[in-house]
Design a binder for this molecule. Structure first.
Ligand code: ZN
Length: 177
């Protein structure tokens, strides 16, 4: 899934982790892709070796636990740590539904965006040689549909976030000065 869909989950999580800045919540939902980019540059992951260190189920659990421990020690709130840990893992869950992501292209003949040829699953359970999983939603829908889905999720998350901000402002106003 793209960053827009992942950020939606970060927005929706703000009411349950009010102490944690939105930027940190966004980073948590996108951490596995940040790692994938870093590992790609470092040559640890790539076309040949796949994405076991950033997106393997086993390593995703490890990153989630590490993020939870780090966050709860920074904010001295266990719940903040638990929420951030779950956000990191939510990335894997959304990717599990959507992956693999074929390259999209625009067809001038039919005047529409579409995904390329369906790809094999790319999320390993453990490391490089372990079985790979993924429900492959983005193999079956068009790029336009996938984009609409991600922005739809984002609007849902933004609605939850906006409701929280309004509620907080009202509570602040009713308090005696
Ligand atoms: Zn990802």
């Amino acid at each position: 899934m793209g960053p827009v869909g992942h950020f939606a989950v970060g927005l929706a999580a703000k009411p349950v982790a009010p102490k944690v800045p939105l930027g940190v919540l966004f980073l948590a939902t996108w951490l596995l892709d940040v790692l994938a980019i870093a590992f790609g540059f470092a040559g640890i992951e790539g076309a040949k070796s796949g994405i076991p260190w950033s997106h393997g189920l086993f390593m995703s659990v490890i990153w989630s636990v590490l993020a939870a421990i780090l966050t709860s020690s920074i904010y001295r709130k266990r719940r903040a740590g638990a929420v951030v840990g779950l956000l990191v893992f939510s990335h894997w869950v959304l990717d599990f539904v959507s992956h693999p992501i074929p390259f999209s292209s625009f067809s001038w003949r039919s005047w529409q965006w579409s995904y390329g040829h369906p790809l094999p699953s790319d999320l390993p359970l453990l490391f490089s040689d372990s079985p790979k999983v993924g429900l492959g939603l983005y193999n079956t829908i068009s790029a336009v549909e996938a984009t609409a889905l991600e922005f739809g999720l984002f609007i849902l998350g933004a609605t939850v976030y906006a409701a929280y901000v309004v509620k907080k402002r009202k509570a602040g106003r009713s308090q005696p000065a």
